[in-house]
Design a protein around this ligand. Structure first.
Ligand code: NAD
Length: 305
């Protein structure tokens, strides 16, 4: 059986000094790609700084006969990271926005610093890297992006208001990149992974972590960013421990009320069952869906009085 290869491709992995990023970097290098191993070398709370994290992974790739170069910038300096790819390997094909930190704290005690730091790394960092790669992708009419969300962003998680906001932000960000990139063969998808890393080491029991190797997240990412994927874009995937599933938005039947004085809180309360009726769901994929739905609804003779 032939394997998915990435020969002659340049893959940038942010936060590749450990956890998921390291697993991506080792895999793509083993499948022929030239890899930029970016890592700022911080603690899981974003403290400190070290070149060691990236160097260790680069050494491991080179020792196995692969091609890799280190970059020690924060993802906030996306230009520097993409420059490293272009200067060393002449191009960039794949961007894996993976770097991340946590500043968990109950919302009651959250400080601006906790909020800002998380958003600088996850939101601004992913933006800066994608923004720097974008002109290259458009020019060569080829680009593949994976952004990293989290179940915390999709569903909320106690003590992670900052992280949840930033991680759900990756979903909207990805969906827009997918739409803007389509014309240029730029494919963008977002994953909500679950994997054993220092990020999860303290919050999950060891026997569960055993089954959650970062390696089990890699194959989905590789399939999505491979050149053979020309259609799957703007997708949200839950992945980890051997489980892979796509997620999507679901709209209830809803209530369509007349837009006049009769549209009162009480009128909505009386239609609450319809607002919550998921027995015949729709699966919207863009703002235009909603407008179409509204226009059709308004034309419906049976629109509620
Ligand atoms: P990890 O802590 O093992 O690795 C993250 C890496 O990012 C570290 O090596 C760190 O030094 C680096 N990094 C942090 N800030 C950086 C910055 N500003 N610039 C460059 N590098 C920086 O964590 P992980 O579990 O491998 O997480 C990888 C990604 O997956 C993160 O975005 C995380 O939020 C997300 N995620 C992980 C899980 C999980 O179960 N592990 C779940 C949901 C989401």
């Amino acid at each position: 059986m032939s394997e998915l290869r990435f020969d002659n491709q340049v893959v940038v992995v942010t936060g590749a000094g450990g956890g998921l990023g390291k697993a991506y970097a080792l895999f793509f290098a083993s499948r022929g790609a030239s890899v930029v191993v970016n890592d700022l070398g911080v603690s899981h709370k974003g403290e400190g700084k070290s070149s060691k994290a990236a160097d260790v992974v680069v050494d491991e790739i080179r020792a196995a006969g692969g091609k890799a170069v280190a970059n020690y910038d924060s993802v906030e300096n996306g230009e520097g990271i993409i420059d490293t790819a272009v200067k060393n390997f002449g191009r960039i094909d794949v961007l894996l926005n993976n770097a991340g930190i946590l500043r968990d704290i109950s919302f009651k005690n959250m400080k601006d610093e906790d909020w800002d730091l998380i958003n600088r790394v996850h939101t601004y960092g992913a933006y800066k890297c994608a923004r720097a790669a974008w002109p290259h992708f458009r020019k060569q009419k080829y680009g593949r992006v994976i952004n990293t969300a989290s179940a915390a962003g999709l569903f909320g998680s106690f003590g992670q208001a900052n992280y949840s906001a930033a991680k759900l932000g990756q979903v909207g960000f990805t969906e827009t990149l997918a739409k803007e990139g389509a014309k240029y063969n730029i494919i963008a998808n977002v994953i909500a992974p679950i994997a054993a890393s220092r990020m999860t080491a303290t919050v999950m029991p060891p026997d569960v972590l055993e089954n959650l190797k970062p390696d089990w997240v890699v194959p989905l990412v590789a399939a999505l960013v491979h050149s053979s994927n020309t259609t799957e874009t703007g997708g949200i995937y839950e992945v980890g421990g051997g489980h892979v599933a796509k997620l999507r938005w679901e709209r209830a039947k809803g209530a369509l009320l007349k837009t006049d004085d009769s549209l009162t809180p009480g009128a909505i309360a009386r239609k609450w069952n319809d607002v919550n009726d998921f027995s015949q769901p729709e699966y919207p994929t863009g703002p235009a869906d909603f407008m179409g739905f509204l226009e059709n609804g308004l034309k419906m003779p049976s629109a509620p009085k």
